[in-house]
Ligand binder design. Structure first.
Ligand SMILES: CCCCC/C=C/C(=O)SCCNC(=O)CCNC(=O)[C@H](O)C(C)(C)COP(=O)(O)OP(=O)(O)OC[C@H]1O[C@@H](n2cnc3c(N)ncnc32)[C@H](O)[C@@H]1OP(=O)(O)O
Ligand code: NDP
Length: 282
């Protein structure tokens, strides 16, 4: 489906962290298919190379750079290279993340720190490196990737819930701080998305594995899981001039799963047990 004007992102440089896989890759493909020069950034060279080949095969102008977003010096170096190469960074998408199921009572401090460093510090480092250039160039757009409503509580994911809630705080604060420079800062909250990492990170080891995603689907008013392309389309909108007066929001792309529901069990609650989804045993 081509919902946007052809060439919407012509001459724009879009940097996407964690852009070699999953939702980040879908965003890279989407921005690139509308004309952007896309730079994808992550740790693993072989993943980046494979993604670059796929993107170029689709006619996307893609470059890759190895970088661990936890390392401020690496991030600064990569941003300088992007600016040297393309003269500007128009859009930064902070998508890189880590996650795994870990009950809070046995979560080690190192596990907690690992996720917070990737999700929260990574977002901080990338934005701090890019913003001076955006100020010089008279504006830009930062899109943080959070999750659908991180405040509602995610048992087994205290690290990610804390990190993503922190990212929401950065989104609103930066929107206020940098708005007068013409920099818009928003976030996007994907609902449960069966990417490879999403499947592994959110289900392996859980006592309710594998039906976790089935339950999520049944809780979703639109009756299905999110796809990476759902989130990519919303990203295209939020970073485009069509959203030029939108800043500081977290846009949920979740089929309504984060809407408040009355308490009750899954089987009897009509708000949860959608007739369009399977009623399998969980
Ligand atoms: C708001 C909640 C829901 C939000 C929804 C979000 C979903 C997603 O984010 S899906 C995207 C998930 N993507 C990934 O996780 C990327 C792939 N994963 C990785 O690259 C790595 O596994 C890593 C980044 C998570 C960890 O790599 P690394 O930095 O090398 O860390 P260590 O291996 O040294 O481990 C540090 C610490 O964390 C514990 N740990 C790591 N992985 C797991 C695991 N799968 N299960 C349980 N614990 C894990 C590890 O044991 C270490 O702790 P200590 O043993 O106490 O030292
Ligand atoms: N899947 C889901 O259900 C949901 C996902 N999200 C969010 O969507 C985004 C994408 O998730 P998804 O596509 O599922 O997962 P992926 O694991 O496919 O994407 C995460 C990416 O981050 C990169 N990455 C991880 N650690 C680092 C690091 N230290 N430095 C640089 N890059 C890193 C990984 O590449 P590499 O290993 O090469 O570094 C990988 O490409 C994340 O922000 C996630 O929290 C939110 C809600 C639900």
């Amino acid at each position: 489906m081509r919902c946007f004007a052809e060439g919407l992102y012509n001459s724009r440089t879009v940097v996407i962290t964690g852009g070699a896989t999953g939702i980040g890759f879908a965003m890279a493909r989407a921005f690139g298919s509308y004309g952007a020069q896309v730079v994808i950034v992550s740790r693993k060279e072989e993943r980046l190379a494979a993604a670059e080949r796929r993107l170029r095969g689709l006619g996307v102008e893609a470059e890759t750079m190895v970088c661990d977003v936890r390392d401020e010096a690496q991030v600064k170096r990569v941003v300088e290279q992007v600016v040297d190469r393309f003269a500007a960074v128009d859009v930064l998408v902070n998508n890189a993340a880590a996650n795994f199921w870990s009950p809070a009572e046995s979560m080690s401090a190192r596990s907690f720190r690992t996720v917070v460093e990737v999700d929260l510090y990574g977002t901080f480092h990338c934005a701090r490196a890019v913003v001076p250039h955006m100020i010089d160039q008279g504006g830009g757009c930062i899109l943080n990737v959070t999750t659908t409503d991180p405040h509602r509580g995610f048992p087994g994911f205290a690290h990610a819930a804390a990190a993503k809630s922190g990212v929401l705080g950065l989104t609103t604060t930066w929107a206020r701080e940098w708005g007068h420079h013409g920099i818009r800062v928003n976030s996007i909250g994907p609902g449960p998305t069966p990417t490879e990492a999403g499947l592994n990170g959110m289900t392996v080891g859980r006592p309710d594995h594998p039906p976790s995603f089935e339950i999520q689907m049944r809780r979703t008013p639109l009756g299905r899981l999110a796809t990476p392309d759902d989130t990519a389309s919303a990203a295209l909108f939020l970073c485009s001039d069509a959203a030029s007066f939108i800043t500081g929001v977290n846009l949920s792309v979740d089929g309504g799963i984060s809407l408040p529901v009355p308490s009750g069990d899954l089987q009897s609650d009509p708000f949860i047990a959608s007739p369009r989804t399977p009623q399998g045993d969980d």
